[in-house]
Design a protein around this ligand. Structure first.
Ligand SMILES: Cc1cc2nc3c(=O)[nH]c(=O)nc-3n(C[C@H](O)[C@H](O)[C@H](O)COP(=O)(O)OP(=O)(O)OC[C@H]3O[C@@H](n4cnc5c(N)ncnc54)[C@H](O)[C@@H]3O)c2cc1C
Length: 297
């Protein structure tokens, strides 16, 4: 069912952004296929939990769709986990831990949905969700269901080679039995490290920039060296605790976040001769705004 003029700020972790002129939540594959076909190839975007999206103050001109209902499921078996695109990543990781499955701690304390996690190949520096995928199911803009393996999707760091308008409906993930005590301890350690080093108490989108890699190091280090830690614009601030987070300290506008990003990028280029690339997805911005932060979307 489509709705008109839906405020996206309320549907994103950032609590920032204007309206979607058309928004729909779909709870079954049949409903989703019908909705996609009704768009007749006009552009649309897929919104998960909005933990990695900055929506412009003007909102987005495209239709926006979300998954709900039958897409929110998790089933754990002896050797695998089957999860729907609307299931939460925290629920997936929590079940893996509860069942003593090894190899899932890398996703501890990562907010979002399974669909968003597949699109972003969410994870840590050294592992991504696609490392655990056996297969995923997608839906094309024509409403066809297509199953993909990792070899067909070519995942890489925060990226997967699947067309942006294909919807991830869910998938089957490897989950091998581990020693429950060890699994619990490893998860607890990872969670503690993340909660201590990142910012969870204020709205954000997580890490703003992709890590530039050697010899420059992590994105937070280059932002720090460029003197931007703690910089503020309107209601947005580069977090003191983690210089790759821009937090909403109260009524931030998307333009505040964008302006901090553009200044950071310029300063990092002046200091180190590299151009940072955004990890977050930017919706509803014009080409000039996107160019100012190096977004190729
Ligand atoms: C405090 C905090 C900490 C974070 N830490 C990490 C971290 O450690 N590692 C990490 O990788 N990320 C991290 N993130 C970012 C975020 O958690 C991940 O990117 C997550 O995968 C986003 O999922 P989502 O459902 O919120 O996606 P959204 O933000 O809603 O969307 C992100 C992208 O995925 C697409 N998408 C969403 N659902 C679907 C679908 N079903 N089918 C196709 N495309 C879809 C969207 O169109 C968009 O392009 C963090 C974020 C926060 C706020």
């Amino acid at each position: 069912m489509w709705e008109s003029d839906v405020q996206l700020a309320a549907l994103t972790r950032y609590r920032i952004g204007g309206k979607a002129h058309r928004y729909g939540r779909f709870g079954t594959p049949a409903d989703l296929a019908r909705a996609l076909r009704s768009l007749d190839r006009s552009p649309y975007r897929v919104l998960g939990c909005g933990a990695n999206v900055l929506v412009s103050d003007r909102g987005v001109p495209e239709s926006v769709i979300s998954l709900a209902g039958e897409f929110d499921y998790l089933v754990v078996s002896e050797t695998g986990i089957v999860a729907g695109g609307a299931a939460g990543l925290p629920a997936l990781v929590g079940e893996a831990r509860r069942w003593g499955k090894s190899g899932w701690d890398f996703l501890e304390a990562v907010p979002g949905s399974v669909g968003g996690g597949l699109r972003m190949n969410a994870g840590s520096v050294d592992s991504g969700l696609w490392d655990r995928v056996e297969w995923v199911e997608t839906m094309t803009p024509e409403g066809e269901r297509v199953r993909l393996t990792p070899a067909e999707a070519s995942p890489s760091y925060r990226h997967v080679d699947v067309a942006d308008d294909w919807v991830f409906l869910g998938g089957r993930f490897e989950a091998l039995p581990g020693d429950p005590g060890t699994v619990n301890a490893v998860h607890a350690r990872r969670r503690r490290l993340k909660v201590e080093s990142q910012v969870y108490e204020l709205p954000s989108c997580g890490s703003i920039w992709k890590n530039p890699g050697p010899p420059h190091g992590s994105a937070w280090e280059v932002v720090d060296r460029a003197g931007m830690r703690g910089a503020e614009k309107g209601g947005a601030r580069i977090a003191e605790r983690h210089a790759n987070f821009i937090v909403n300290v109260g009524n931030a506008r998307a333009s505040d976040v964008l302006s901090l990003m553009a200044e950071t990028r310029r300063r990092v280029h002046d200091e180190e001769g590299i151009w940072l690339e955004p990890e977050i997805r930017l919706w509803g911005f014009d080409a000039g705004d996107l160019a100012s932060v190096g977004a190729v979307q």
